[in-house]
Write a protein that binds this ligand. Structure first.
Ligand SMILES: *[C@@H]1O[C@H](CO)[C@@H](O)[C@H](O)[C@H]1NC(C)=O
Ligand SMILES: *[C@@H]1O[C@H](CO)[C@@H](O)[C@H](O)[C@H]1NC(C)=O
Ligand SMILES: *[C@@H]1O[C@H](CO)[C@@H](O)[C@H](O)[C@H]1NC(C)=O
Length: 424
């Protein structure tokens, strides 16, 4: 027991050392490789749209309404998706990447890693192959939002989208996924660190702690705001009105299918563009169900995010109301049927499986440090050739997909190899 405990501490120590080393290395490299002279380039306006022949030219059936007449609406191809953490956002990114590929759009990929040097604020030069004046249609990998820099990368008419989730669930998920990367969790006593933390967060939490934002108002942090704000702070109100002005649509993870229907409506997409399989899901045993009291505490602890969430929950349902409940039910039903049919066609067994049961190493999703809790998929061996490409795209985990699109994620991959070697 003592030996195991010692080993665990040692491997945790080795892990920490590696985290620090890798982070420093990544920062050094990002400084060296970032074209420093481009920090203050002469402003070159982003072209209006970078697609040579935007698919918008073709009439689309996407927007047929009840009377059967097609509304003249053009699919939007310029999209900024702010990928918040632990909110089903990997599934949205997969949808966007497929849409980008389908229309031959220019996707802004991160350079070296699978995020834009999060938690640093986003800057243009973090985009692979960025040159001043170069225009991108889609950006959607993890970043800490920085509106001014994003605006210099995408056409001005780009649609800004993000997704939020009940902060109690985000907190639970983030605690599980990132807990080991937040040193202040290491000294929390007891087996159930999450419960203990929620009992007296102020005792364990230090605002300046390394990676501490993962445990406090993570959604406001991702959106570029201070995560230390209290819920009543006027800065939170200000943040909410900025987000409302900047983002055309705020999705809710708890109502994912309804969100996609609203997305399709806002972007004038085809029904088939919304098809999805849930990616990056945790196995059930790794989810800590929160008691009603713990949920309450988690919402209180993340009070600023809770205010943010309630605000956009209200606007979400107002939008559903305007869209029409009956129409919403119909479209959600249709989407579920599509997904079900595709799951049967693509996925062996029809459902996600635990990581140990994924046969092809290529289909392994990224795992949180010290865990094997994220599920993945096996492609059906007898998959229909005509559907093979679609199935593969829908099932491929994010890091592999970004590489497939030409992203050079060598830092992430190196880190993956090291973790594999030390089995961490
Ligand atoms: C649009 O709808 C018509 C009739 O429903 C169909 O024949 C046509 O193929 C559709 N076009 C597209 C691009 O889906
Ligand atoms: C359906 O489209 C037609 C043609 O654009 C429009 O006049 C009508 O108001 C639309 N109906 C609904 C219910 O949106
Ligand atoms: C979200 O809005 C719906 C509809 O107004 C409401 O029933 C629900 O209680 C709200 N949820 C939260 C967390 O505010």
């Amino acid at each position: 027991m003592a030996v195991r405990c010692f080993r665990r501490h040692r491997s945790l120590g080795t892990g920490l050392l590696l985290v620090v080393l890798m982070t420093s290395l990544a920062m050094l490299l990002s400084c060296l490789s970032g074209p420093i002279h481009q920090r203050h380039p002469q402003e070159i306006l982003v072209p209006l749209s970078c697609a040579q022949h935007p698919p918008a030219e073709q009439e689309s059936n996407a927007s047929q309404n009840a009377s059967g007449k097609a509304r003249a609406c053009r699919p939007k191809v310029d999209i900024m998706f702010l990928k918040t953490h632990k909110t089903a956002s990997s599934t949205v990114l997969n949808i966007l990447l497929r849409f980008g590929e389908k229309h031959g759009l220019r996707i802004a990929l991160p350079h070296g890693r699978n995020d834009f040097f999060y938690p640093r604020a986003f800057e243009r030069w973090q985009v692979e192959g960025y040159r001043p004046g170069l225009c991108f249609n889609i950006i959607g990998s993890h970043m800490r939002f920085n509106a001014a820099e994003v605006a210099r990368l995408l056409p001005p008419q780009a649609a800004y989208i993000t997704i939020l989730r009940d902060p109690a669930r985000v907190f639970e998920s983030s605690f599980h996924y990132y807990g080991r990367l937040v040193p202040l969790t290491w000294t929390i006593p007891g087996r159930d660190k999450l419960a203990e933390f929620l009992r007296q967060p102020r005792r364990y939490y230090r605002p300046g702690g390394y990676n501490a934002f993962f445990l406090h108002n993570l959604q406001l942090f991702d959106l570029g705001y201070d995560h230390a704000l209290g819920p009543e702070d006027s800065q939170v109100g200000l943040a909410i009105s900025h987000i409302e002005q900047r983002f055309q649509l705020v999705l809710l993870a708890e109502h994912f299918e309804e969100s996609l229907v609203l997305l399709r409506d806002a972007l004038c997409w085809e029904a088939e563009d919304l098809q999805f399989f849930r990616l990056n899901m945790r196995k059930e045993a790794a989810v800590s169900p929160l008691s009603a009291e713990q949920r309450e505490r988690a919402r209180q602890w993340n009070g600023a995010d809770w205010r943010l969430y309630r605000h956009f929950n209200a606007s979400f349902w107002a939008r559903v109301e305007a869209f029409g409940h009956a129409r919403m039910r119909r479209e959600v039903q249709e989407l579920r049927q599509r997904n079900r049919r595709l799951a049967d066609a693509c996925i062996e067994g029809g459902f996600a499986v635990e990581p140990t049961r994924i046969r092809d190493p290529y289909m392994q999703p990224w795992q949180p440090v010290g865990e094997h809790s994220i599920m993945g998929y096996n492609l059906r061996q007898d998959v229909d050739e005509a559907q093979r490409q679609l199935c593969l795209r829908m099932l491929t985990p994010e890091i592999q997909y970004l590489s497939l699109l030409g992203g050079d994620l060598w830092i992430t991959q190196l880190w993956g190899h090291i973790r594999h070697l030390i089995n961490w």
